[in-house]
Design a protein around this ligand. Structure first.
Ligand SMILES: NC(=O)C1=CN([C@@H]2O[C@H](COP(=O)(O)OP(=O)(O)OC[C@H]3O[C@@H](n4cnc5c(N)ncnc54)[C@H](O)[C@@H]3O)[C@@H](O)[C@H]2O)C=CC1
Ligand SMILES: O=C(O)[C@H]1O[C@H](OP(=O)(O)OP(=O)(O)OC[C@H]2O[C@@H](n3ccc(=O)[nH]c3=O)[C@H](O)[C@@H]2O)[C@H](O)[C@@H](O)[C@@H]1O
Length: 460
């Protein structure tokens, strides 16, 4: 967006991953995001460039945005919780080593509170030139995948945190003047470094907490006959609560919610705030419970066995309009069904087959380690198949599971699908997007998150 809205600024995206840079320089971009192709087409070669020459471009830059991955640690102290700052420290050491002029270094990655302190030490102790000054700013990113371009064009707010010194405040003004090319100044807010770092973790924790809260209520709805969509509508009309982010689902996914909450919990634990850590950890536990509950509901509805049964998993991405599968609920649900002996047939309009098999073969948190080796699991292919035609995926199935809210799922000919399925034919709608009354009229047994249960599904 900086390249798009500030033609006088030259932006060079550098990455150590050669394949990604190759893809950024091709017609087949490495990620699917509505509107991204157009932005890249307009700017690439004009004032937007992609390169693996990190040394040259970092050395020439006045402002360096660091948006490297900050995955959850998989081994050692804090494994499964703490953020792995190896990539961040590597980037900081590189900046220090190649810098011959002063720079503003911007934290774009989501990092634990106080990271700027550590990064400052790495930068200052490793730069050979005493005339080079580094000013660190925290400028967290709030975009969501699937709507990234719109979010960047028209953000609710831009947050810039900096040191409470003259040079810190000056650096804030420099970055602010970049955003002012397209963001109204009243939406650009400033803070101290620690508030900015902590605001990002807090924003994700609050958003995820809303989903876990409504999902907790969905479980209660199912056993009481209440309807979670009616409850969400009723509470969302209270302007203090608000309507957004109250869609009950099979569970939140994505690369950040779980990672950032675990990171927040770890920071709290290390600072002796165990109760605070426990409070936020329950958001993740509730999410795990929701995914497990979904699998149990499938098994119990299908006479307590899915062994050898064909189950069509519709959607694998963690939300619609993205091909991203990181931490998608579909992974845990597929694992649960595979453990029960089901045969899984997967369809997703944007996720490639090799990604699905990679995801189902990897252990937890491995997905966020770039270039981690894929262990192709031959046994997995006996239970799982990927289909490029949705009707083929559903053909001969005992059940359909809606895992992603892709719009095209609402447009299928479900009479034709029903006729091709084994009876009783089930739909498990993990996103509440289908017309359940219509499906019941056709003859389907329907389970939908947080909705009154079909007598057929209900276990007395
Ligand atoms: N994906 C999203 O929608 C959002 C992500 N974030 C945060 O942004 C950060 C990055 O997230 P993603 O882009 O999703 O991660 P990613 O893993 O897709 O991309 C990170 C890239 O950094 C590269 N990299 C690692 N070390 C490097 C180095 N020393 N020099 C140059 N490149 C290096 C990797 O090769 C990789 O391509 C994370 O901290 C995440 O929490 C924040 C808001 C939204
Ligand atoms: O730090 C990040 O990476 C980003 O994380 C989220 O963005 P993202 O994960 O891309 O997508 P969301 O729209 O937040 O959806 C996350 C998950 O929650 C689920 N969700 C969302 C909303 C809802 O009401 N119910 C629900 O189950 C989605 O289906 C998806 O699986 C935040 O919304 C962004 O502000 C943040 O910048």
């Amino acid at each position: 967006m900086v390249a798009n809205r500030c033609p006088e600024i030259e932006v060079v995206v550098v990455d150590i991953n050669e394949d990604r840079i190759k893809a950024w320089n091709s017609d087949d971009l490495p990620i699917y995001e509505p509107g991204l192709d157009d932005v890249v087409k307009v700017c690439r070669g004009r004032n937007l460039f992609f390169s693996t020459d990190t040394h040259k471009h970092v050395q020439e830059a006045d402002i360096v945005f660091v948006s490297v991955n900050t995955p959850t640690k998989t081994t050692g102290i804090g494994a499964g919780k703490a953020a792995n700052l190896t990539y961040w420290e590597g980037a900081a050491r590189l900046i220090a080593a190649v810098s011959t002029s002063s720079k503003i270094v911007v934290e774009k990655s989501t990092v634990p509170v106080k990271t700027a302190d550590a990064i400052g030490k790495v930068l200052r102790r490793n730069c050979g030139d005493p005339n080079v000054q580094f000013e660190i700013l925290s400028n967290p990113e709030f975009l969501a995948e699937g709507t990234a371009i719109e979010d960047l064009k028209n953000p609710d707010r831009v947050l810039i945190g900096g040191a409470e010194t003259e040079s810190g405040q000056k650096a804030i003004q420099v970055l602010k003047s970049v955003y002012e090319h397209w963001v109204p100044s009243e939406r650009i807010i400033t803070a101290n470094l620690w508030s900015a770092e902590l605001s990002k973790l807090t924003a994700n924790a609050f958003l995820a907490q809303r989903i876990s809260s409504v999902n907790a209520i969905s479980a209660l709805c199912e056993v009481t006959g209440a309807d979670v969509q009616q409850v969400a509508h009723a509470i969302g009309m209270d302007s203090r609560i608000g309507r957004r982010f109250l869609n009950a689902s099979v569970g939140f996914g994505g690369s950040c919610f779980q990672k950032d909450i675990l990171n927040l919990c770890y920071v709290c634990e290390t600072l002796g705030l165990q109760k605070v850590a426990d409070y936020w950890h329950s958001v993740v536990s509730m999410n795990d419970y929701q995914k497990q509950r979904f699998v149990e509901r499938i098994a119990s509805s299908m006479f307590n066995t899915v062994y050898g049964k064909k189950i069509a998993v519709m959607g694998f991405a963690f939300k619609k309009d993205t091909g991203d599968t990181r931490e998608t609920a579909a992974i845990d649900v597929c694992h649960g069904l595979i453990r029960e002996g089901a045969n899984i047939m997967i369809y997703d309009p944007k996720v490639p087959e090799e990604q699905v098999f990679k995801d189902l073969s990897m252990s937890k948190f491995e997905w966020d380690i770039p270039m981690s080796p894929t262990k192709a699991d031959a046994k997995l292919r006996q239970n799982v198949s990927m289909h490029f035609d949705p009707y083929m995926a559903m053909d001969g199935a005992h059940a359909l599971c809606i895992m992603t809210e892709w719009d095209e799922f609402k447009t299928y000919d479900y009479r034709k699908v029903y006729d091709s399925m084994v009876k009783p034919a089930y739909v498990f709608d993990g996103r509440n997007i289908l017309d359940h009354d219509e499906l019941r009229k056709i003859g389907f047994v329907v389970y939908a998150i947080g909705k009154p249960l079909d007598p057929f599904v209900k276990r007395e």
